[in-house]
Ligand binder design. Structure first.
Ligand code: KIV
Length: 272
């Protein structure tokens, strides 16, 4: 059986819906800069998320809370310049959409205008629904994000699996249905039991993309730097590492240092 059902020259929100209808799984990865975004796009990924995980991965913060709107725009614009095919989703950073719907709309418009992103992603359900409605009125596609929502880390206290209890699972299903009804084009479910994620994916007509949400959803997303092993201290069960770049880069740097010290680099052919 062929894995690719249709060739898409350019991915749109409609392509993702079609993929769900055709039972073709959606692939999504993060990117925050031009060089890696170019490689990721040429590798054929369907969606590139400029995640606020840039706060951790690029800036070394402990949480995603400190990253600003202008910093997200900087990362997103760099990715936009690199990408030909993938749909680009930009995370709306903490504090730019929770206050009121007017602020949310202004933040989303600023992202779209100044970065060239194709859509935005917001964390949360019922509590931010007015913001989502208002952003949608401007014709900006919105991706939802439920389950483990890292911008609320201080409310939950830990990064453990969410919605294991019946009450939280019930709220997650209600929120997912509400996000679809409001007009979100897709939904990310992070770190929840696979059975619950499967149930949500079956109930919704929009694509459900999981990270630590099992295989019975419509697509998968990983943080690029984790999946290529540039980070090495973060080892959740859901993470599959395809490379070990931390070690490879570290040993290349070690070799370079040794070549410089020993005067092996540059050799005769490496100079003018
Ligand atoms: O910021 C991010 O990278 C994300 C993914 C983990 C889904 O939101």
């Amino acid at each position: 059986m062929s894995v690719h059902k249709k060739v898409y020259k350019k991915i749109t929100t409609h392509s993702l819906l079609e993929m769900k209808q055709n039972k073709e799984k959606i692939s999504m990865l993060t990117a925050y800069d031009y060089t890696l975004a170019k490689i990721v796009d040429s590798g054929g990924v369907d969606v590139i998320l400029v995640g606020d995980s840039a706060s951790n991965v690029m800036a070394g913060h402990e949480t995603t809370l400190p990253i600003t709107l202008d910093q997200m725009i900087y990362h997103t614009a760099s990715v936009v310049r690199a990408v030909d095919r993938a749909l680009i989703v930009a995370d709306m950073p903490f504090g730019t959409y929770q206050g009121n719907s007017k602020e949310a709309l202004n933040s989303a418009i600023k992202i779209m205008k100044e970065s060239g992103a194709h859509s935005v992603k917001l964390e949360g359900g019922k509590e931010i629904i007015e913001s989502i409605e208002r952003i949608l009125t401007a014709g900006i596609p919105v991706m939802g994000h439920l389950g483990l929502t890292p911008q609320s880390i201080y409310k939950f206290g830990t990064y453990t699996v969410r919605a294991k209890e019946e009450e939280e699972a019930k709220k997650l299903i209600e929120d997912a249905l509400l996000l679809e009804e409001t007009g979100c084009f897709a939904l990310v479910l992070e770190k929840i039991p696979s059975e619950l994620a499967s149930k949500v994916a079956k109930k919704l007509t929009i694509p459900v993309i999981g990270i630590g949400a099992g295989s019975e959803v419509d697509g998968q997303v990983l943080v690029l730097h984790d999946m290529i092993g540039m980070t090495h201290e973060f080892n959740p069960r859901f993470l599959r590492r395809y490379l070990n770049l931390y070690q490879d880069i570290q040993s290349a740097v070690g070799q370079y240092v040794s070549d410089v010290k020993s005067k092996d680099f540059p050799n005769e052919k490496e100079q003018y």
